[in-house]
Design a protein around this ligand. Structure first.
Ligand code: HEC
Length: 127
């Protein structure tokens, strides 16, 4: 083979290394690509208009606007402050166990919990 082939191989290895690093320490998290899929998969079946979680708490997670509005207990996302955002407290199990979310289910995977944390700490943007 020639030098051109080698250069291409090197390039893709470098790209793979960058991806691996990014996966370990997420940043530049996107609401549309990263956050919304987690909420749709784990929360929306109860937290959408007419569903039990929505009826109990007023929280609708089906759009950015609804999520940021929060429920009847107020906003659950404080941009830049995952430590005191109830979204993060609930999924991390830092709130009372009876209201850990998803309600009555297994905890979210650590990766998802981390994504939600980074997203809030980076300003909870609609990106
Ligand atoms: C199986 C249905 C179900 C799922 C799935 C679910 N919830 Fe809930 N959620 C509820 C119910 C029911 C309540 C009311 C709980 C209560 O007040 O005792 C609630 C309450 C809440 C509240 C208000 C808590 C409070 O009382 O201050 C928040 C915030 C919340 N859920 C977030 C989430 C998030 C985020 C997810 C996904 C990670 C999620 N929920 C998944 C059913 C669910």
């Amino acid at each position: 083979m020639n030098a051109g082939f080698k250069a291409v191989t090197r390039g893709s290895l470098a790209a793979a290394a960058v991806l691996a690093v990014a996966a370990c320490a997420p940043s530049g998290v996107s609401y549309k690509k990263d956050v919304q899929p987690i909420l749709s998969k784990n929360c929306a079946e109860c937290h959408a208009p007419g569903k039990e979680g929505f009826i109990a708490s007023g929280l609708d997670v089906t759009s950015y606007q609804a999520l940021m509005k929060g429920g009847k207990y107020g906003p659950l996302v404080k941009p830049g402050d995952a430590l005191s955002s109830s979204l993060n407290m609930l999924v991390e199990g830092r709130a009372h166990p009876s209201i850990r979310m998803p309600h009555g289910r297994a905890k979210l995977p650590d990766k998802d919990i981390e994504i939600l944390k980074v997203w809030v700490n980076e300003g909870a943007k609609d990106n």
